[in-house]
Design a protein around this ligand. Structure first.
Ligand code: KG4
Ligand code: ZN
Length: 334
């Protein structure tokens, strides 16, 4: 408690970003730090789990100290500590979970273990303070592509899922085929900017009206064959067409799923929600259907600790805490 206001600290370490965030009443962000390992993993073309854990370990304690300083708090001001408990890389998750539990135990304050996927959804609550369920969520990140109907805070129904690759993975693998680097999403987006999205007709899978699942592995293979056959093809055109194929299907299925569940609110979450073309096409669709759409600000789309703090704040207010016996679960579902 500081100046009569409750204070919550949250840690994110599920993959290759270490995050520490301190928030107060009404989810006011007092400090939000992120240490990215992208430059380290870039040369391997993806995240190396062992390296990720070691880098989290090096980063976590200094980041906690800096976050407290920035927020103008001391440990004694903290009323609850949260961390991502899954899904993610086990070694990486354990760094954040252990740090958060140790602080909670030492201070004698509640610990809240947050589902990373819910964190992505709650990123929206950081800016849309009046947002209320029910709504449809498209959660599209590097590891997940799911359509989730949020009936209320405690009832989440998965309406669709990817049968193979996640949308972010499709961007990452596509970028590798095009020799652009990692992570693929922002790189493909950049190259695609000057390209023609209709230049190559890449496949859109599972397009039947009542199918809310996704499949991106055929698309990736089709890009590979296209490049083998046409190695000199214009890179911007290919990237724009590939991006278009991913975005088309994401937008189409999100709105259809919302209609099926009887809501006109569509929330976008996860790293791929940072994609400009996705935002553009979702906006067009929302206007033509008369639906409301919500995108988190760019910095809260990809992994960060503010979204974990936001999800934890809801549970903190409900008095919904976890025992210190709980541990990381790499395959935690929604
Ligand atoms: O949510 P996130 O940071 O991590 C996971 O929980 O997976 O998402 C990372 C994913 C990566 O696959 C990355 O390529 C993708 O999000 N991504 C994007 C963009 N920015 C990040 N995909 C498309 N367009 C972007 N601008
Ligand atoms: Zn994530």
């Amino acid at each position: 408690m500081k100046n009569g206001k409750r204070i919550l600290m949250a840690i994110e370490s599920s993959c290759d970003d270490t995050g520490v965030c301190i928030i107060s009443e009404d989810r006011e962000i007092l400090s939000n730090l992120l240490s990215s390992q992208v430059a380290i993993h870039n040369k391997f073309g993806g995240v190396v789990p062992e390296i990720a854990s070691r880098k989290h370990l090096e980063a976590i304690n200094p980041m906690i100290d800096t976050a407290l300083q920035e927020a103008g708090c001391g440990f004694s001001d903290i009323d609850a500590v949260a961390s991502t408990i899954g899904p993610g890389l086990i070694g990486a998750l354990l760094v954040g979970v252990s740090a958060a539990k140790a602080i909670a135990f030492t201070l004698g304050v509640p610990f809240i273990g947050v589902n990373h996927l819910k964190g992505h959804i709650y990123a929206n609550y950081l800016i849309y303070k009046d947002l209320q369920p029910p709504f449809m969520v498209l959660l599209c990140s590097g590891g997940h592509t799911q359509l989730i109907y949020v009936q209320d805070h405690d009832h989440l129904i998965r309406v669709g899922n990817t049968l193979d690759d996640a949308a972010g993975e499709a961007f990452d693998k596509g970028a590798r085929i095009l020799d652009l680097g990692y992570p693929g999403g922002p790189l493909i987006q950049k190259v695609a900017k000057s390209g023609n999205p209709k230049a190559v007709n890449f496949p859109r899978a599972l397009r039947e009206r009542n199918n809310f699942d996704f499949s991106f592995s055929g698309l990736k293979t089709s890009l590979l064959y296209h490049m083998r056959k046409n190695p000199k093809d214009n890179l911007s055109d290919v990237a724009a067409s590939y991006q278009e194929a991913i975005v088309d299907i994401l937008v189409e299925k999100s709105f259809r799923a919302a209609r099926k569940m009887g809501t006109k609110k569509v929330i976008f979450a996860g790293g791929v929600a940072a994609n400009e073309r996705l935002r553009e096409k979702a906006n067009q669709k929302a206007t033509s259907w008369g639906y409301q759409i919500y995108f988190p600000p760019l910095e809260f789309c990809t992994d960060n600790a503010a979204m974990i703090a936001s999800a934890a704040w809801h549970r903190f207010e409900q008095g919904d805490f976890d025992s210190l016996e709980i541990t990381a679960n790499p395959s935690l579902g929604i």
